[in-house]
Design a protein around this ligand. Structure first.
Ligand SMILES: Cc1cc2nc3c(=O)[nH]c(=O)nc-3n(C[C@H](O)[C@H](O)[C@H](O)COP(=O)(O)OP(=O)(O)OC[C@H]3O[C@@H](n4cnc5c(N)ncnc54)[C@H](O)[C@@H]3O)c2cc1C
Length: 397
């Protein structure tokens, strides 16, 4: 066993946006950190890839809106350090039919928290601080910053085994590491790592179709026309919301997506109707449909109920900004004995009675990415990958 002074402070599993931000914050606090990622970076199999995401303060929940001040500061700081633009303020509109209860709650939250906004007649509210985050650029900036701060970013290393305790030992496809603590930010793969540790989170994994729609007149829904990001609340008969970002990511194409998924043709039909009814200057058929991403519902940022040097952060879709903040706070509280500046109750696992009571199960073979014989052709002794098993496990409700 490594002497305590030689131990690294933390191992972070998963280099999506949550893992990268966690490792970055740790490195900034002068912690020795190793970030392990199963795929070679950059990759497009988790939830964090792609060019753009929406950032906003317009949430129905007070505690999410409250956390955003600090989120914006952290983004601005990263932009400054990286010397590159990672965010564009476009405004974000929440729009719904008159009397939509979620819209009313968002308006009330923005007013209560003193967020600059504009009520748009009875059908919407514009959160002026909302905008677009450049997702892929942000990931790259974070990974560079981690290295620059002395952290290790090891890609192409899948974690195969976790031995909890002090120190915690993590075995990957390329080596074995020991640390004082462990952060698991493995996105859709989280439960595969947690099962052997005796817990399974109620996460729902979905494949979302990312659809781009052609403008009839290029630029009509573009940033240059001050078109904002939007969230359509109950504006379609479909049960889930529809959101969109101004054109710009691809010239002449606007990203409009359904906040749920799994059935491509159904989702495209839902979106097509929405586009026809609400965005008449777009062609009502998608010009581009990008390979599905995964989204997870049900936020968790907490310590493992049995191993208190293991922190888990998963399920941030929809509230990733707050998730990042919560995860950082959970980690700081756990390992650095700091008092968090926010109440983390909404992120705790104890919301789900019975969690942590299942006996540990070994990683089942189906959940391993690596199958078959060693990849001798490349001179590597690691087993070769089965393409189907690269996809995250999907369990729609
Ligand atoms: C279509 C779509 C639209 C979205 N829109 C928005 C938006 O507008 N605004 C917004 O803020 N958010 C949005 N989100 C949500 C946001 O992108 C996610 O919340 C966020 O990317 C989740 O990041 P993560 O790090 O938790 O997971 P992931 O990005 O999935 O990262 C997990 C990582 O862990 C790695 N990993 C897993 N198992 C292992 C292992 N055993 N060993 C090593 N590595 C492992 C994976 O390879 C992966 O890289 C959207 C998401 C999607 C899919």
């Amino acid at each position: 066993m490594a002497a305590q002074k030689d131990l690294c402070d933390a191992i972070v599993i998963g280099a999506g946006i949550q893992g990268c931000f966690t490792a970055y914050h740790l490195a900034k606090h002068r912690k020795r950190v190793i970030l392990l990622e199963q795929f070679f970076l950059p990759h497009s199999r988790g939830s964090s890839h792609g060019q753009s995401r929406i950032i906003r303060r317009a949430y129905p929940e007070d505690f999410y809106t409250q956390m955003m001040d600090e989120c914006y500061q952290i983004w601005a700081q990263l932009e400054h350090e990286a010397g590159t633009q990672l965010h564009r303020q476009t405004g974000a509109t929440a729009a719904g039919n008159e009397g939509n209860s979620e819209l009313k709650t968002i308006q009330a939250t923005l007013s209560r928290r003193g967020v600059e906004h504009q009520c748009l007649s009875k059908w919407g509210v514009l959160d002026k601080s909302g905008g677009v985050l450049y997702a892929d650029k942000a990931l790259r900036a974070l990974q560079d910053a981690i290295r620059h701060l002395g952290g290790l970013v090891c890609d192409g290393e899948k974690v195969m085994e976790i031995k909890p305790g002090f120190p915690v030992t993590v075995k990957s496809t390329a080596g074995s590491y020991q640390a004082k603590s462990l952060v698991i930010t493995a996105g859709p793969w989280t439960n595969q790592l947690l099962r052997p540790l005796g817990i399974e989170l109620p996460l729902q994994t979905l494949r979302i179709n990312v659809c781009y729609w052609r403008e009839k007149v290029p630029g009509s829904y573009g940033v240059s026309q001050a078109f904002p990001c939007f969230l359509g609340l109950g504006l379609s008969p479909a049960p889930h919301h529809i959101y969109g970002l101004p054109s710009g990511e691809y010239p002449g194409l606007m990203k409009v997506c359904y906040q749920h998924g799994n059935n491509t043709s159904q989702d495209v039909q839902i979106l097509g109707r929405f586009v026809r009814d609400h965005l008449p200057d777009l062609e009502p058929k998608p010009a581009l449909l990008e390979p599905c991403c995964t989204r997870l519902r049900a936020l968790h940022s907490d310590r493992h109920p049995k191993y208190d040097n293991v922190v888990i952060g998963a399920g941030f879709s929809g509230e990733p900004e707050q998730g990042r903040r919560a995860l950082k706070l959970t980690y700081l509280r756990t390992s650095m004995k700091l008092t968090p500046s926010y109440d983390l109750t909404p992120f705790r696992m104890s919301r789900f009675p019975g969690l942590g009571k299942s006996p540990p199960r070994p990683l089942d073979s189906a959940s391993f990415l690596y199958t078959g014989a060693g990849n001798k052709a490349s001179g590597c002794n690691m087993p070769s990958c089965s393409p189907a098993s690269l996809e995250p496990p999907v369990n729609a409700a």
